[in-house]
Design a protein around this ligand. Structure first.
Ligand SMILES: Nc1nc2c(ncn2[C@@H]2O[C@@H]3COP(=O)(O)O[C@H]4[C@@H](O)[C@H](n5cnc6c(=O)[nH]c(N)nc65)O[C@@H]4COP(=O)(O)O[C@H]3[C@H]2O)c(=O)[nH]1
Length: 794
């Protein structure tokens, strides 16, 4: 503490007690100048209370605290305490003494006399605030160290600066007016920021009061550091603002009186719910509940409030206008400083949009967009549920796989829009045929699945399935035309045929496969025997994939004869499988499996290479104009780059393309006529011969037939079977005529009798093949036949 401005008189006396120096404070205290006083003795200016004879020496007085009266100007006597201290440490002034004279309240009331003795300096230093005394000129008279630290200034600098300069320029006028106010009215208070010499800013709350030191009016005061409080206030204001402007609705409730009543809601709450704070303040938020709705969520809220815990729920609430909204609500307890929960804060998030979107997504993820039926994912869930239910309750359920037999044909011939109508109508028919708690799903282009629950018995189930089949088969009218769908249905029952989703599905799939192989448009139930067949099918599939590598395949050749010359002009290559355990497996058994699995591609390639080998062997025997035909599967034809690949094979094998013929069935071509036309054109460009196999069984349209770049049409053997029969004879004749009109050659297959042969010759058919002349032969037998120039008798 700097006490220099205090009226504390310090002067120096020599060993005799003669005053040698007299400071300004002494002048102030006694009202005498140094000139008046110097040379006087100490006991001449102070009447010591302990005066005695002879007067006490200075040395003696330095050993005790004395009291007495300072004689001031004009005969004034000021009660003082006097302390004399030797200045022996000062080598310049040996035997000199400092005399400190402190005014004492000797004349004041006794209780103030007590305070008189208080260590005021220590108290001021110990204050947790800045302390200051300012005179009327605005300069500091007295201050504590905290003020020095706050202002980052030394005790020498402080009294020389007008206090207003301790503040920011914008605050100075206010500061001056507050000081003036204190001088005029006795006190003032204000908040302001002290700026330190190096820019440190400290917010202070100043309180000051007027007083005087002697005759000198001044104000003294304290400044309490409120920087932290200010920060807190600022933080609170920011938070309050954040709550106010939050897009989430916020509601604060008070739960002190065992109720939970609204104290505050922010504007977002007002916007979302439609209620203003004024309308609902003091009410329990439960008024927004919808009775009977989201009961479990309300129970959780009640429990959390009772236990004073947090809770998060998604539930429906009602807006003021009655509209329902989805509320993602989070409620948290708020404690007071004693840790008691006094409030809850609820954050309301209107997730109605998101909820609808989520539901739409969920629906999309579980339903077929075209028909709105369940998709495979949902079907599996529903089926699992139904199987579990059937097992638990000992009841019968069924799974039915339905496949529209001719959907491809409908799509190709009536267009995709018509196809869509058929699918949608089928979906509606299926839904109308079963109960609400049954499931109808669409799992593929033209594949539907029914999960039928709770059936009384097999017979009733069979009746129901048959009714469904007939319903689906009823004509559908599209753009003025009737489309006749037909359906193959495979049925498995649960838990009889299986008690897992996988087993039940596989059983229905096997039944459906069986229905298809039985010629479509029928319904088959799964059975153990069927399972056996499916098992065989699977075994076949497995061993077929090894067969090619194991050299189990052989190629036979059925000779083709020119009907005019009787000469063998070519042969059809027919593949056989010499199964190591099962013996010869006919192609009708394994070709469909190879088609399904894709094995037909490597198999088909093997056949072509093998046929090339036979052609080369014949060429070596001098037979150059012989044509071998191979059957081409749809899958091979659809292969990208098939023609280019074939060209490379022929080149590698050294075979003239004109010696190779490719047979493609009519139905293969008509499934995708445009694509087929392109593929055939590429093959034709290689110089190959092309023929349409099984002609008459498909849905050839004449316009396409004219455009396909083929050389032969091959009359399906089913027409030849009974050429005696009028209708077949008519068709066969028509095909021959049609082929010739299109400048194509016609070959008849499956010729078994003399009668058939005569018929073909009579109607100018070009070639024939069949058991009548020869079955399929080994390569060696074929070579022998050709070399011996065996001929069909005329
Ligand atoms: N009833 C009767 N049948 C006769 C007569 N003459 C020949 N056949 C049989 O009729 C089928 C003619 O072959 P496809 O119509 O092309 O029908 C073939 C063809 O679609 C397919 N196939 C055979 N080999 C191959 C091949 O290498 N690749 C492809 N993709 N399919 C093949 O397997 C089918 C059946 O072939 P296979 O069992 O060899 O049966 C052959 C042949 O043995 C006859 O006078 N009467």
């Amino acid at each position: 503490m700097n006490l220099s401005p205090l009226p504390l008189a310090v002067f120096v006396v020599d060993a005799d007690g003669t005053i040698t120096s007299w400071n300004k404070a002494c002048e102030k205290l006694a009202g005498c100048t140094a000139a008046d006083i110097q040379g006087q003795r100490l006991d001449q200016i102070i009447d010591f209370d302990d005066i005695g004879e002879p007067p006490m020496s200075i040395a003696k007085r330095s050993e005790l605290d004395s009291t007495g009266y300072l004689r001031g100007a004009g005969g004034r006597r000021l009660p003082v305490r006097v302390t004399v201290a030797p200045q022996a440490l000062d080598p310049e002034q040996p035997d000199t003494y400092s005399v400190i004279v402190i005014p004492r309240a000797g004349l004041v009331a006794p209780r103030y006399a007590l305070i008189q003795d208080l260590p005021v300096g220590d108290i001021i230093e110990g204050l947790p605030c800045v302390f200051y005394v300012i005179d009327q000129s605005g300069h500091l008279l007295l201050w504590n160290r905290l003020l020095e630290e706050t202002l980052e200034m030394s005790s020498e600098e402080l009294p020389t600066t007008d206090v207003q300069y301790f503040f920011d320029e914008k605050d100075r006028a206010e500061i001056v007016s507050k000081i003036m106010e204190a001088f005029e009215n006795g006190h003032s208070s204000h908040e302001a920021e002290l700026i330190g010499r190096h820019g440190k800013r400290t917010s202070l709350l100043f309180h000051c009061a007027r007083t005087s030191v002697g005759d000198l009016p001044c104000i003294f005061g304290t400044g309490l550091d409120i920087t932290d409080r200010k920060q807190t206030e600022l933080g609170l204001r920011v938070r309050e603002r954040a709550i106010y402007s939050s897009v989430n609705a916020i509601v604060i409730t008070c739960c002190e009186n065992n109720d939970n009543i609204i104290e505050y809601v922010n504007p977002a709450f007002e916007q979302i719910t439609g209620y203003t704070l004024a309308e609902i303040k003091g009410r329990n938020p439960r008024f927004m509940r919808i009775e009977g709705c989201d009961v479990e969520e309300h129970r959780r809220i009640n429990e959390a409030i009772r236990k004073k815990e947090s809770v998060q729920v998604i539930l429906r609430n009602a807006r003021k206008n009655g509209e329902v909204f989805w509320n993602d609500l989070r409620i948290d307890p708020v404690s007071n400083i004693d840790g008691e929960v006094t409030h809850f804060v609820g954050v309301i998030n209107d997730v109605t949009e998101a909820r609808h979107y989520e539901r739409r997504l969920h629906h999309l993820a579980h339903h077929d967009p075209l028909t709105g039926l369940a998709n495979r994912t949902l079907l599996q869930d529903e089926l699992k549920f139904s199987i579990d239910f059937a097992v638990r309750n000992g009841v019968l359920g069924a799974l039915a796989f339905l496949d529209l037999d001719n959907f491809k044909h409908i799509n190709d011939n009536f267009g995709h829009d018509a196809g869509d109508v058929v699918l949608r109508d089928t979906a509606t028919r299926l839904k109308e045929s079963v109960r609400d708690n049954d499931t109808v799903a669409r799992v593929g282009g033209d594949e539907f699945v029914l999960v039928i629950n709770n059936q009384p018995g097999d017979e009733q189930l069979a009746d129901l399935i048959e009714r469904i089949r007939q319903r689906v088969n009823a004509p559908i009218r599209v753009a003025g035309r009737d489309i006749l769908p037909s359906t193959s249905i495979g049925v498995s029952r649960f838990p009889v045929d299986g008690d897992t989703v996988d087993r039940v599905m596989r059983a229905a799939d096997a039944a459906m496969y069986h229905a298809k192989t039985l010629g479509k448009n029928n319904c088959q139930f799964y059975s153990i025997e069927l399972n056996q067949a499916v098992h065989e099918h699977l075994m076949l599939e497995a061993s077929l994939s090894r067969a090619i590598g194991n050299r189990e395949m052989v190629l036979d050749y059925q000779p083709k004869v020119d009907l005019r010359t009787g000469k063998v002009v070519g042969a059809e290559a027919l593949v056989r499988w010499k199964h190591p355990e099962n013996g010869i497996v006919p192609p009708d058994k394994f070709i469909p499996v190879a088609e399904e699995t894709g094995l037909i591609v490597p198999l088909g390639e093997w056949v072509i290479i093998e046929a090339c080998g036979a052609l080369k062997a014949l060429a070596k025997l001098g037979i150059h104009d012989f044509v071998i035909s191979v059957n081409l599967s749809a899958r091979q034809l659809r292969q990208r780059q098939f023609a280019a690949h074939l060209a490379r094979t022929l080149k590698r094998q050294g075979v003239d393309p004109r010696n190779l013929e490719l047979e493609v069935t009519e139905s293969q071509l008509m499934d995708h006529p445009e694509e087929a036309m392109e593929a055939l054109a590429e093959l034709k460009a290689l110089g190959l011969r092309l023929s349409i196999d099984d002609f008459g069984t498909g849905y050839s349209s004449l316009s396409y037939l004219q455009k396909f770049p083929v050389d032969f049409i091959k009359i399906d053997r089913s027409f030849l079977g009974e050429v005696a029969h009028d209708s077949h004879a008519v068709i066969t004749r028509a095909i021959i005529a049609l082929g010739h009109n299109l400048k194509l050659k016609v070959i008849a297959e499956g010729v078994e009798t003399q009668e058939q042969l005569a018929f073909l010759r009579e109607h100018d058919c070009d070639q024939m093949q069949g058991y009548y002349f020869s079955p399929a032969l080994s390569q060696r037998s074929l070579e022998e036949m050709v070399c011996s120039d065996a001929r069909l008798p005329s």
